[in-house]
Write a protein that binds this ligand. Structure first.
Ligand SMILES: Nc1ncnc2c1ncn2[C@@H]1O[C@H](COP(=O)(O)OP(=O)(O)OP(=O)(O)O)[C@@H](O)[C@H]1O
Ligand SMILES: [Mg+2]
Length: 199
């Protein structure tokens, strides 16, 4: 009985994820966008993630906003849907959390301006991503997690939904590995970069 209930919960999550993905386009097109201060939004997502601790693990989540010149006080404002943007950063931080080493996990969340774009990077010290999977991880249902764990639990929809949300905001979401410039084949972790138009 307990096993069945567990499966039902997993199936329920899978269905929620799928219907979420299919509702997204319509929802994003319908809703009027607000002005969202991405630095403030990230600070609150990071605070939430820090509060969600797992016993026996050591995790440091660092947040850094590049200082803006006085003429650009509103420099981290983007036009969009705050709940959907929070969902993107929550997904990326939860992925990072699940891949960093239990004994010394490190996640860096950085925000900066690059011309007319607001750029956010989520970096971790996990195993990184195989070069041939850097694009495929954004496909629906792509997951590298162990098979037993995968059904309903991690449906492999997180990154595809996140990219869909970012693109609906005229932005981009990509993945890369963090490498040591002196030893480029040595991967130190993964970096996910979100770029959105400022304003
Ligand atoms: N920070 C990361 N480091 C290494 N691999 C990653 C990282 N984030 C994502 N991946 C890879 O990308 C795959 C797809 O991620 P995605 O978030 O779409 O799915 P998931 O986390 O497996 O499932 P879900 O998000 O639906 O719970 C992961 O299974 C993993 O293989
Ligand atoms: Mg995920």
């Amino acid at each position: 009985m307990e096993i069945i209930q567990h499966d039902v919960r997993r199936l329920d999550r899978l269905i929620t994820d799928i219907s979420d993905a299919s509702r997204l386009d319509a929802e994003l097109a319908r809703n009027v966008a607000d002005k969202v201060d991405l630095a403030a939004l990230l600070r609150s997502v990071v605070d939430g993630a820090r509060g969600h601790t797992t016993s026996g693990r050591r995790l440091t989540i660092n947040f850094e906003a590049q200082k803006l010149p006085a003429t650009q006080r509103q420099g981290y404002v983007v036009s969009g849907h705050d709940l959907r943007l929070s969902q993107v950063f929550t997904n990326l931080i939860e992925n990072a959390r699940s891949f960093v080493p239990a004994e010394d996990g490190r996640i860096n969340v950085l925000i900066r301006r690059r011309g007319q774009r607001v750029v956010v990077a989520i970096e971790d010290n996990g195993p990184g991503i195989q070069a041939e999977a850097l694009e495929r991880i954004f496909e629906r249902f792509y997951t590298d997690r162990p098979a037993g764990e995968a059904f309903g639990q991690n449906s492999g929809l997180g990154l595809s939904i996140s990219r869909q949300i970012v693109e609906a905001h005229d932005g981009t979401l990509r993945a890369e590995n963090i490498v040591d410039p002196a030893a480029p084949d040595k991967i130190r972790g993964a970096r996910f970069v979100v770029s959105l138009p400022a304003g």
